[in-house]
Design a protein around this ligand. Structure first.
Ligand code: ZN
Length: 358
């Protein structure tokens, strides 16, 4: 992995590369943008790049053991062949990116770099000996503050990547603030966040903001295909994914649930509603996706329709548009979903039709 493999974030990567190349590293940074667009990967690559020594790490071979003086046959044994001259270490000329072959890069790739720490809920659970929690706590950030005071062990920079920093409770943010206000030399803190309003203004004002855009659908499709999705599926998920891998993963689980419903099952609208995510925000988003698909399907059916089907589809279109508007307000999404599905079926559009290409 290196910056060159981060797809769809060319402008941001260019900015990060120039910071690495000029050595002007801000000690506190926020990587901000939608979930699932590569913020964490970029933070990790940035940490690798600032710590890279750009020179190949060669394992030193242990010296051969000295001959055993008590061994009577030692003298008769042929002299060992001289060691072939070791090839000189290769160097890497792109100073804006990591080399992938120095000791620092190799340790980072194996997840065992002593100066790069990822602070997230799994790290916190191991640190505090507790179950994983959705919040990052003050005790965790106090520990980070303590480490930040120590010198890096191997590299120029000691990097802390606080992943999904919206999980930081206000007290934990205040604990981190001291490190951001007076960063110890060689300490770099990167917060990745998709909702920057979750961070205190005092944190925001002390960090250099690096923005990440949603991924273009073409890039999202490429990434999904590289992950094993077939072309048609990748295209469908990329168009539903709102520019994020996380969005595409949610769309995949949504399509899977739609396609599992048995055609002709009179209870399928209710079964679908029962399978919505428990998180009400996600469930509402999923209902909106379903309404968007229904609108697209109703529009194409309407333009192809003739005779008595036309007014029926006109009424469905109007009604679905109303429901879609209500979905943005505080109306029960379950009620919206059931109404939409029942009315669309009455107009001749079945739920299983929604995921077929129009
Ligand atoms: Zn390197």
């Amino acid at each position: 992995m290196s910056f060159s493999q981060l797809l769809g974030q060319e402008r941001t990567v260019k900015r990060l590369r120039s910071l690495v190349e000029t050595g002007r590293i801000p000690p506190a940074m926020i990587f901000h943008g939608p979930a699932g667009v590569g913020k964490f990967l970029a933070a990790f690559e940035f940490a690798k790049a600032v710590n890279c020594s750009h020179s190949e790490h060669l394992e030193k071979k242990p010296a051969p053991p000295p001959p055993d003086e008590n061994d009577l046959f030692a003298a008769a044994a042929p002299a060992p062949a001289p060691e072939p001259e070791a090839a000189p270490a290769r160097t890497h000329s792109d100073m804006s990116d990591s080399c992938g072959m120095c000791l620092s890069c190799l340790q980072a790739a194996s997840g065992a770099h002593p100066d790069i720490r990822v602070v997230d809920s799994a790290f916190q659970a191991a640190l505090l000996g507790e179950e994983e929690s959705a919040n990052l706590k003050i005790d965790t950030m106090r520990e980070v503050t303590r480490w930040a005071q120590q010198k890096p062990m191997l590299s120029p920079w000691k990097v802390f990547i606080v992943r999904d920093a919206e999980a930081l409770m206000p007290a934990a943010q205040n604990a981190l603030l001291k490190t951001l206000e007076e960063p110890p030399p060689g300490t770099l803190v990167i917060l990745t966040v998709s909702r920057k309003t979750a961070l205190l203004p005092t944190i925001l004002s002390r960090c250099c903001m690096i923005d990440f855009a949603p991924l273009p659908a073409k890039v999202l499709k490429e990434v999904l295909e590289a992950g094993g999705a077939e072309a048609g599926e990748a295209a469908a998920l990329a168009s539903l994914g709102n520019g994020s891998l996380e969005g595409a993963a949610e769309a995949a689980s949504f399509l899977k649930r739609v396609s599992a419903l048995r055609p002709g099952d009179p209870a399928r609208a209710f079964k679908f509603a029962a399978g919505l995510p428990r998180d009400s925000h996600k469930a509402r988003e999923e209902v909106k996706t379903l309404l968007d698909l229904l609108l697209a399907r109703a529009r194409s059916a309407w333009s192809a329709a003739e005779g008595p089907a036309k007014p029926r589809l006109t009424a469905l279109l109007r009604r679905t548009l109303d429901l879609r508007r209500m979905a943005d307000r505080n109306v029960s999404y379950l009620l919206l979903l059931e109404t939409a599905l029942l009315e669309s079926e009455r107009a001749g559009i079945k739920i299983e039709d929604l995921i077929r290409p129009a």
